[in-house]
Design a protein around this ligand. Structure first.
Ligand SMILES: *[C@@H]1O[C@H](CO)[C@@H](O)[C@H](O)[C@H]1NC(C)=O
Ligand SMILES: *[C@@H]1O[C@H](CO)[C@@H](O)[C@H](O)[C@H]1NC(C)=O
Length: 497
């Protein structure tokens, strides 16, 4: 809006001035222009000696940075282009023309240098407005025009949203070489005094640089003037709409690590986090150019979050799979057990020995009684096993007792041993007869009991495996949490600092 007001004022001033000039010296000026234009050709350079060089002094005033489209690598600017040169045909003696020292001629009536923006990027042709050119009696031409240019600009968004960009505006003659039309910069900086602030980009500075290029084909130099506009992105908007939600997401992710891995809700939480991260990553990707050379910090931040959250989700799924497919679950491999369960063992020993048996290998084998277990759990099992063994031993109690008795009696006295033996043998057979059905029932009961014990042990083992995997999942979750905290800290500080 301001630009248009400024332009309007400029145009008005030019018109009013020309009206005033016309008012006072209208006939003089008319005559002068007629004389000047009588033999003038706009096509040829304004030098009397064709070996001479026309030196064009070039300058731009930056009116406004309208937009910098990161994704399209385009900067749209409003410029006032200023060109100064000497036209050897546009000279006159003011004393012969009513003391007229300067006139304004429509620029299309005189020779104009064909200075164009080399790195321009516009769908349609740039129309250079036919503004007037001011000419002094010495032949100094000043030609100014406003123009909106779309220039290509290589953006490096690695530091997004704290990125500083350098956009070049390279001007040069399209057809003339340096011997015909030389181009020099008027100032070392360009004019930024009347720039209208952009809401997203802060103008740091603008510098001018004249470079002369030589090509293999020809000896002529090709000068150009390049203005480098240095701009800094105002990041508040991005902090508010992109960074702040992502930081909150990270905090939530941190909290979601606190949900135990055997809780099914953890999956819901993790997947929701994952989806949110993907959503914000898409928002980011929509704004930035598809550059494969580097990943912006914010992108790395999202990628790290996504990686850790998805690993955590995968762990949850795995643990749940183990949990619900108990019978087919494989036990934790020894190497993993060594790494993962060592840390949790200490905790388990202090917190709950029943739930996390320390010597699970030994307790899993029911018949192995030689193990010196101090554990409550394995003691319990040992008790069960020994009970079972007692019962089985009772199947042949009399034999052993009998042999003991006989040996004792034989050692005690040999007198009347035969009678004693006979009586005991008689008693034994009677007892055997009496106990036979009982013994049969007993052995059945023992078998049944053994089955029950076996089953319960199997079930215990299943639970134990699932508990072990749960511990592994907790361990992995802890590791992921540590990794996540490290990554999140690094990336967050990189973004915020
Ligand atoms: C224009 O050129 C002709 C010859 O081509 C010359 O006679 C005449 O004087 C020139 N007029 C002016 C104003 O220079
Ligand atoms: C043109 O720009 C250069 C910097 O590249 C500067 O040193 C030089 O002074 C400028 N020329 C003029 C006339 O200001």
């Amino acid at each position: 809006m301001k630009t248009y007001v400024a332009l309007f004022v400029l145009v008005c001033r030019v018109v009013i001035q020309s009206v005033i000039v016309e008012g006072t010296n209208s006939t003089e000026e008319k005559a002068l222009i007629k004389v000047l234009m009588s033999n003038y050709t706009t096509g040829s350079r304004p030098v009397r000696n064709s070996m001479d060089t026309v030196t064009v002094t070039f300058d731009i005033a930056l009116g406004q940075i309208i937009d910098v489209i990161s994704k399209d690598r385009v900067m749209i600017t409003n410029l006032w282009v200023r060109q100064y040169w000497r036209d050897e045909y546009l000279v006159w003696d003011p004393s012969n023309h009513g003391d007229l020292r300067a006139i304004r001629i429509p620029s299309e009536q005189i020779w104009r240098p064909d200075i164009v923006l080399y790195n321009r990027q516009l769908e349609e042709d740039v129309v250079i407005p036919d503004t007037n050119a001011a000419v002094t009696y010495e032949g100094d031409v000043t030609w100014l025009y406003p123009i909106t240019l779309k220039s290509s600009c290589i953006l490096n968004v690695e530091q997004f949203p704290n990125d500083e960009q350098r956009c070049d505006l390279q001007f040069g003659s399209w057809t003339y070489d340096g011997f015909a039309v030389d181009l020099i910069n008027k100032t070392a900086t360009g004019d930024t005094s009347s720039v209208i602030e952009n809401e997203e980009w802060k103008l740091l500075d603008m510098t001018a640089k004249r470079t002369v290029a030589y090509y293999n084909c020809c000896p002529e130099p090709y000068p150009d003037v390049t203005y480098t506009v240095r701009i800094l992105r105002r990041s508040l908007y991005y902090y508010y709409y992109l960074v702040a939600p992502s930081l909150i997401l990270v905090l939530l992710t941190l909290i979601s690590f606190q949900v135990p891995p055997d809780c099914e809700e953890k999956l819901t939480v993790s997947v929701t986090m994952l989806l949110s991260v993907v959503f914000y990553q898409q928002l980011l990707a929509d704004r930035l150019p598809a550059h494969s050379g580097y990943i912006p910090i914010l992108g790395r931040f999202f990628a790290a979050t996504m990686f850790t959250v998805s690993l955590s989700s995968a762990m949850v799924i795995f643990v749940m799979g183990i949990h619900f497919h108990g019978p087919n679950a494989r036990p934790v491999p020894p190497w993993l057990r060594r790494i993962a369960l060592r840390s949790s063992k200490k905790q388990a020993a202090t917190s709950d020995t029943d739930m996390y048996p320390s010597n699970s290998e030994a307790s899993l084998i029911p018949t192995n009684q030689d193990d010196e277990d101090t554990d409550v759990d394995s003691n319990k099992k040992q008790a069960l096993v020994s009970e079972e063994c007692e019962l089985t031993n009772r199947r042949k109690p009399l034999k052993t007792r009998d042999s003991g008795f006989t040996s004792m009696s034989s050692s005690a006295s040999s007198v009347g041993s035969q009678t004693a033996e006979q009586t005991t043998a008689k008693v034994n057979t009677e007892e055997e007869k009496l106990l036979a059905p009982l013994r049969h029932k007993l052995s059945y009961a023992v078998r049944l009991f053994r089955q029950i014990v076996h089953r319960s042990l199997k079930k215990d083992k299943r639970i134990e495996i699932s508990e072990d995997w749960k511990l592994v999942a907790i361990f992995v979750d802890k590791c992921l949490l540590v990794i996540f905290v490290i990554i999140a800290t690094i990336t967050t500080t990189a973004i915020l600092v």
